[in-house]
Structure formats: structure tokens, C-alpha cells
Design a protein around this ligand. Structure first.
Ligand code: NDP
Length: 448
């Protein structure tokens, strides 16, 4: 065994021993370490600095009680988290997720991924993530507001425009950010730069809502172009029907692809005529309804219960945009049988370890989450810049910057993969490019 693989195995076993009950965190670390051997072979100084053990331990973990009153006057209690993972290259930055599945393992996996994603954007932001096991589904607006106010009452003690700047994620969109910011302002005064994803009337950036989905489409287009292909005439399967999925569908369609599915946690729609996005937006953004309603309104739309990744359909490109581990090894095999040539991840860690192996065996083009979905956080950082300058850029200006950033992320991944002898492996390329930037910065800053 080489010194590099020995070191990687040693650090993994330390983490496993420390946090045996954090499966998602361990999975993210495992998949990341799988791509690190060439880096540690080339740079033994990272081993001398014990950089991986330092990087995998968050700088700070905050867990807190969130008490709130439901509409019947009963007191409810949820658990809140903020993991401030790494501030080497800038203030902690990363979303808040409200979903019943949220626990420390999930917040840590998301925070860990965020460090390298943020580094890839080229903007000065460190990595963090947070959230709560609160379930917004079925709650009234007043209940959402009371929960957000209680959550922010505690979180406000730990965030700030130069220290930690949260944003949205699953279950946290414009409505929640509005309530969170309102409470922050009452407690600490008007500091617009403390949250991103804000409404346009109080410091939000144009194109932030669209950024993750649009960015995913731009990244995928770069990946296709580099392999003598494009979206024109391609059939695309998208999972999810939330913020990322909706704007991925919009941009892919504009770029000439035909998106034939979308989904939620109950089931999926297949519409061979191409998904009618106005209907999806009406159901999901305005009515906050279920995706099954699409089939009642569009005659070519069929609704099926279960996962879209179990569907036997013929298509070219897969864009998972729902949640972690939505594609297993078996489902990845089916995806290959279905004729898929490219997968790019809008969601964080949507493909489990076995699924990634299947993509690699089948030599699919594979755009990993931390590169492909970095558009959201990139535009969040642009929102911070606009807030600091007290300026608002036009939609086109932000969109152009987003396009450039996504192209640059792809180029960095290609370059790192070439440099470390794994050409065409965009997963390794993204991990290596993000890692070396953060690791070098940490070393420059001393033992911190
Ligand atoms: P939303 O809450 O807007 O939408 C999430 C969508 O995924 C919904 O359709 C939801 O269905 C579905 N979904 C959630 N959990 C599950 C599950 N366990 N099984 C099946 N479907 C599920 O979230 P976003 O669109 O913002 O986020 C989607 C993914 O993209 C997440 O992985 C997030 O971390 C990632 N991401 C988001 C960014 C952003 O800017 N928003 C930035 C980068 C990554 P249902 O309504 O039934 O729950």
C-alpha cells in the first residue's frame, strides 16, 4: 500500500470511529477520499500537515432547540443545526434545509460538500450548512412564520455578513427567507447581507431563484460540448419539482432539450410532449400542491407512484434534482439500459456510491453535484457583493456572470483531472480542484 492510500484509510477509520452513526457524512467522506489518491501521491506535504483530519472536522457545530406554537395553540419543539465547517477562504456560506429527515449527519455531509463547491466558484466563501427537522408540508403560513422566527432567534447569535451567511435549500424558499430575515432585522438591525435568496424589494439578487437550475443546464452544456454533443433534440429526465428542478427544466428546454419528467416524493409525471412548465410552476410555486395534479390538467401527462429512476423510459440525459441517495446502484443500471449517456447532479449527493460506480463502468459523462449545482451559491455570493456595494445588477448581468462561473468550474475540473492523470473524470477533477485550493489556503494560515 502506498503512503497516500495508507493515510487516506487511516483518516477514514478515525472519522468512522468518531462518528459511526452518521451514514450520510461517512458516505460523502468515503466518495471524496476515493478520488484523492493521486493528490496525496503527488503532494506528500499534505500528509505531513495532516490536512484531511483537519478538513473533515467542522470548525464549529451548533445545535439548538426551536420551540414554536402551532395554530391550535400547542407547543411544538424541533431541533435546529448550523455547521460552520470551514472558513479558510471566506465566511461560512451554505443553505438551510427544513425537512423531517434533517439530522447532524445530513447537515455535516452537506457542509462538507459545500466547502469544495464554494471553492470552485472562485468567490471568497467558506463552507457551512444548517437546517431543522421541521416539516413545512401542510403547515399554515402563520405556523411557518412562527417557526422561522423562533429558529432565527437562536441562529442570529451565530451568523453575520462577514462570518456566516445562510441561504435556502430543501423546504426553504422565498417565503421562509422573508420570515427569517424579518426576525433577524428585529433582533440585530438591518444587515441585508446576512442572508441570501432574499426578495427583490429588500436586497435580493435578480436570477438567484433561477441560479441553481440554470447553472446546472450551463454546466451540462459545457460537458456535452466538450464531448461533441449538445442538448438539441435530446430527451432529458429531471427528478424533483422544486426550485432546482423547475429552473433546470426551463433552461434545458431553452437550450433545445426536451424534458419529459418531473417528480415529488410521492411519484412522477411522464409527458412525452415535454413538461409544461407553466403548469408545474402554478402547482408547486403558487398552490404548493402535489405533482400528481399535473396529470389532471395536461392530457399528455401520466402520473405514476414511486421513483422516476425505476421507470423504463428511453432518454439521453439524467438530471437528478430532488435529494441525496435518490439513485441506487440498481437504478443506475436501469438508467444505462434506458440509453442514458450523461448524468449531471442538481441535487446534493443524489447518486449513492454504487450508482457512481455504475456510471463509471458504463463510461457515462458524469457531472458531480459540487460542480454542477454550484450556480446557486455562486449567485448567492454575487448577492452578497451587490448588498455590500448597495447596487443591483440586471438579470442579464447576473446570468452572464453565472454562465462564466459554470464554464470556469467545468474548465477547472478538466484541468485538474488532466494534471493528476485522470482525464475525463470530472468527479475527481472537481474534488481535486476544490480541495487543493482550500488545503493550500489552510496551510498558509497555519495550524487553525
Ligand atoms: P425544494 O424544496 O424546492 O424541492 C425539493 C424537491 O425534491 C421537491 O419536489 C421534493 O418533493 C423533492 N424531494 C425532497 N425530498 C425528497 C425525497 N426524500 N424523495 C423524493 N423527492 C424528494 O428544494 P430544492 O429544489 O432547493 O433542492 C433540491 C436539491 O438541490 C437538494 O438536494 C438541495 O440540497 C440541492 N441544491 C439546492 C440549491 C438551491 O439553490 N436551492 C443549491 C444547490 C443544491 P416533496 O415536495 O414531495 O418533498
Amino acid at each position: 500500500m502506498s503512503k497516500a492510500t495508507d493515510y487516506l484509510q487511516h483518516v477514514y477509520s478515525v472519522i468512522e470511529k468518531r462518528d459511526p452513526n452518521q451514514p450520510e457524512f461517512l458516505e460523502a467522506i468515503h466518495d471524496f477520499f476515493q478520488t484523492m489518491t493521486p493528490v496525496f501521491e503527488k503532494h506528500p506535504e499534505y500528509i505531513d500537515e495532516n490536512i484531511l483530519e483537519r478538513l473533515t472536522e467542522p470548525e464549529r457545530v451548533i445545535q439548538f432547540r426551536v420551540p414554536w406554537l402551532d395554530d391550535l395553540g400547542n407547543s411544538q419543539v424541533n431541533r435546529g443545526f448550523r455547521v460552520q465547517f470551514n472558513s479558510a477562504i471566506g465566511p461560512y456560506k451554505g443553505g438551510l434545509r427544513f425537512h423531517p429527515s434533517v439530522n447532524l449527519s445530513i447537515v455535516k455531509f452537506l457542509g462538507f460538500e459545500q466547502i469544495f463547491k464554494n471553492a470552485l466558484t472562485g468567490l471568497p466563501i467558506g463552507g457551512g450548512k444548517g437546517g431543522s427537522d421541521f416539516d413545512p408540508k401542510g403547515k399554515s403560513d402563520n405556523e411557518i412564520m412562527r417557526f422561522c422566527q423562533s429558529f432565527m432567534t437562536e441562529l442570529s447569535k451565530y451568523i453575520g455578513l462577514d462570518t456566516d451567511v445562510p441561504a435556502g435549500d430543501i423546504g426553504v424558499g422565498g417565503r421562509e427567507i422573508g420570515y427569517l430575515y424579518g426576525q433577524y432585522k428585529r433582533l440585530r438591525g438591518s444587515d441585508r447581507g446576512v442572508l441570501t435568496g432574499k426578495g427583490l424589494t429588500y436586497g435580493g439578487s435578480l436570477a438567484r431563484t433561477e441560479a441553481t437550475g440554470f447553472g446546472l443546464a450551463y454546466y451540462t452544456e459545457e460537458m456535452l460540448k466538450a464531448n461533441n454533443s449538445d442538448f438539441a433534440g435530446k430527451k432529458v429526465v429531471v427528478s424533483g419539482a422544486g426550485n432546482v428542478a423547475i429552473y433546470a427544466i426551463q433552461k434545458v428546454t431553452e437550450l433545445g432539450g426536451k424534458v419529459i419528467t418531473c417528480s415529488d416524493s410521492n411519484g412522477y409525471i411522464v409527458d412525452e410532449n415535454g413538461i409544461d412548465l407553466d403548469i408545474v410552476k402554478q402547482i408547486k410555486e403558487v398552490e404548493r400542491g402535489r405533482i400528481s395534479e399535473y396529470a389532471d390538467r395536461v392530457s399528455s401527462g401520466e402520473y405514476h407512484e414511486g421513483s422516476v429512476w425505476d421507470a423504463k423510459l428511453s432518454y439521453d440525459i439524467a438530471l437528478p434534482c430532488a435529494t441525496q441517495n435518490e439513485i441506487s446502484g440498481e437504478q443506475a443500471k436501469l438508467l444505462v439500459e434506458n440509453g442514458v449517456k450523461a448524468v449531471a447532479e442538481g441535487a446534493n449527493m443524489p447518486s449513492d456510491t454504487e450508482a457512481i460506480k455504475e456510471y463509471q463502468n458504463a463510461e457515462l459523462l458524469y457531472g458531480p453535484a459540487k460542480a454542477a449545482n454550484a450556480g446557486g451559491v455562486a449567485v448567492s455570493a454575487l448577492e452578497m457583493s451587490q448588498n455590500s456595494m448597495r447596487l443591483s445588477w440586471s438579470f442579464e448581468e447576473v446570468d452572464d456572470r453565472l454562465k462564466d462561473i459554470m464554464k470556469d468550474i467545468f474548465a477547472q475540473s478538466v484541468k485538474a483531472a488532466d494534471e493528476y492523470g485522470v482525464s475525463g473524470d470530472y468527479l475527481s477533477g472537481a474534488n481535486i480542484a476544490g480541495f487543493t485550493k482550500v488545503a493550500d489556503t489552510m496551510i498558509i494560515q497555519g495550524l487553525v
